[in-house]
Each structure stands twice: as structure tokens, then as C-alpha cells.
Design a protein around this ligand. Structure first.
Ligand SMILES: C[S@@+](CC[C@H](N)C(=O)[O-])C[C@H]1O[C@@H](n2cnc3c(N)ncnc32)[C@H](O)[C@@H]1O
Length: 289
């Protein structure tokens, strides 16, 4: 069985939430995912912030972040504007917004963001196949640049190479599985034009990371998994999803007892960096304190 067939099969175990991924604004996304206690961007935030702090030791000015599967700019809201998921749930779930148009929501968000404290010195580039979601993130001022592409099926447009050249850090939450080694294969020539960026992925235990790790290794990357920690991504959406996910995990030789069996899809954190950087600061040292 090829790796891509494996990803497709595993995806079938999860509920299909595609209908909320490309709306003109994030209200439905937050309404639906709020019901499932979707929390992974909040759990990822302190880890990504530590990586950004370390990258600042060698680069004092703007840190360029590429967020894969950026959706409505959620990791941008957390990392650049220091917001939290509970704040975003409140913000986009506000009953006063019920009759607003998407344009009004974006305009309100622009004003809201401009009244916050000085944003972190980060340039956020978002990549997603959902044009309406990324357009919203640009209009609201969450993303500085967006790249709308499905790298699973299409090559990277030439124009994106310039945007990707300065990337220092690649992030993803809730994205691996939709995005496989195929996308990384198309991305790596563009993001490795300058200094090879660090790549941090939160990956459901359901999905194998080895095909991506193997490809990254061919590009000189060493991948470390943060051992002993799992991160609840969201609750199961139904008993059926729970059953199918537990079955898939067992088939892959992963024991869900006391883990996913308690009710949440669980992610792990994988950090891929050039070998020299790994030798200097192993992941535990990098993320401690
Ligand atoms: C579960 S959402 C995660 C969004 C955001 N990162 C978060 O954590 O809230 C998955 C995202 O992956 C995007 N996606 C799905 N397939 C993709 C692909 N082939 N390339 C890029 N993005 C993709 C979807 O459009 C959606 O925005």
C-alpha cells in the first residue's frame, strides 16, 4: 500500500469537516469546532513561541513564519497578536455578529487588531487550499501574505518562491494528513533557497510522520519527536468517529488505551531542523524552561 493510499484511508476514519474550511469568515469554523473543544493552536502556541525566541538569538529582526493549512489565520492571531483560542471563540462567536456580513466581520477585526498591543515582530505567511479563508485572513490583517494552493496535486507557482525565500520557521496544526510528503517535496526547494528553516508540525497520532521525515532527511533535516507528551486536538465528533479512529490506531500498532480512548484525538510534536542545530540544542533543551 502506498503512503498516499494510507493517508486517504486514515482520513476516512475522521469526520469530514471540509464544509467549514472555506467560508467567507471564521464564524462557522469557530461555532462548529467550539462544540468539539478544538484546542490544538493554543497548545502549540507556547512551543512555537519558544522556537521563535531561539531563532531570534541568531536573527534580530523580523522572523518569517510559514503556517501550513493556515485557514482563517488562527496561528497568526495567536503568535503575532498574542490572542488565545478562548478569546477567538468569544470574538467570532459574539452574538452581536450574527447578522453581520463577512466584510463587516473583517473590518471589525482590522479595527480590533489595530487596538491591541504592538504585535510580535513576525511576518506571517499562510498557505492553504481554501481561497475564502485565506482571503479573510488577509483582509482582517492576520496574514501578511497568503499562498492559495493544493501542493498535493499542483506545483508551487513561481511567484510563491520569492515569498517563501526568507522563511525561518514552518508551523502546522491540524494539517498533516491533509498535507503529506508530496506537499513538502514541492515546498522544500522554495523554502531552502536561503537558510534552511526549522519545521514544527503537530501531528495526530493517527497519521504516520515517517514519509515526511524521510523526505526531510534527504534535504539534510533531522527530525525529533517531543517524547512523553501528547496534545489533545479535539473531542471525537461522534461515537462512530471514536470507534473508527481507535480501530485505525490499533491497526497501526498504536495503543489508544488511556489516550484517545478517553475521548480526544491526540497530536504529537515533531521538530525538523538542520543537523547542526539539533546537535547544538536537542529538542528537550530547546523547549525546556
Ligand atoms: C483542521 S483545519 C486546521 C486549521 C488551522 N491550522 C487550525 O489549527 O485551526 C485544516 C486546514 O487544512 C487545510 N487543508 C486541507 N488540505 C490542504 C492541502 N492539501 N493543502 C493546504 N491546506 C490544506 C484546510 O483548508 C484547513 O484550513
Amino acid at each position: 500500500m502506498s503512503d498516499n493510499v494510507a493517508f486517504e484511508e486514515i482520513n476516512e476514519a475522521k469526520s469530514n469537516l471540509d464544509y467549514i474550511y472555506d467560508e467567507p469568515d471564521p464564524r462557522n469554523y469557530f461555532r462548529e469546532l467550539g462544540k468539539l473543544d478544538y484546542a490544538i493552536p493554543d497548545l502549540a502556541k507556547p512551543i512555537f513561541q519558544k522556537l521563535i525566541s531561539h531563532l531570534r538569538i541568531r536573527k534580530k529582526d523580523t522572523i518569517h513564519v510559514l503556517d501550513l493549512g493556515c485557514s482563517y489565520g488562527i496561528n497568526a492571531a495567536l503568535l503575532k497578536y498574542d490572542l488565545s483560542m478562548p478569546e477567538l471563540y468569544r470574538h467570532w462567536g459574539n452574538r452581536g455578529l450574527l447578522s453581520a456580513t463577512a466584510e463587516e466581520v473583517a473590518a471589525r477585526d482590522r479595527a480590533f487588531l489595530s487596538n491591541l498591543d504592538e504585535p510580535a515582530n513576525i511576518e506571517m505567511v499562510g498557505l492553504d487550499l481554501a481561497p475564502s479563508a485565506t482571503a479573510f485572513a488577509r483582509k482582517a490583517g492576520l496574514l501578511d501574505e497568503d499562498i492559495v494552493i493544493n501542493l498535493e496535486t499542483d506545483p508551487l507557482p513561481e511567484a510563491a518562491r520569492e515569498i517563501l525565500e526568507p522563511i525561518d520557521l514552518v508551523t502546522s496544526t491540524g494539517c498533516i494528513g491533509y498535507v503529506t510528503e508530496k506537499s513538502f517535496d514541492r515546498l522544500l526547494p522554495a523554502i531552502s533557497q536561503g537558510q534552511a528553516p526549522w519545521i514544527g508540525n503537530f501531528v495526530l497520532r493517527l497519521f504516520p510522520f515517517d514519509p515526511i521525515e524521510k523526505l526531510l532527511n534527504e534535504w539534510g533535516y533531522v527530525t525529533e519527536k517531543l517524547e512523553g507528551q501528547t496534545f489533545p486536538q479535539r473531542q471525537f465528533s461522534s461515537a462512530e468517529e471514536r470507534e473508527q479512529v481507535l480501530e485505525q490506531l490499533c491497526e497501526r500498532g498504536i495503543d489508544p488505551a488511556g489516550k484517545e480512548s478517553e475521548g480526544h484525538l491526540l497530536a504529537e510534536f515533531y521538530l525538523s531542523r538542520p543537523a547542526n542545530d539539533v546537535a547544538k540544542y536537542p529538542i528537550e533543551q530547546l523547549l525546556s524552561a
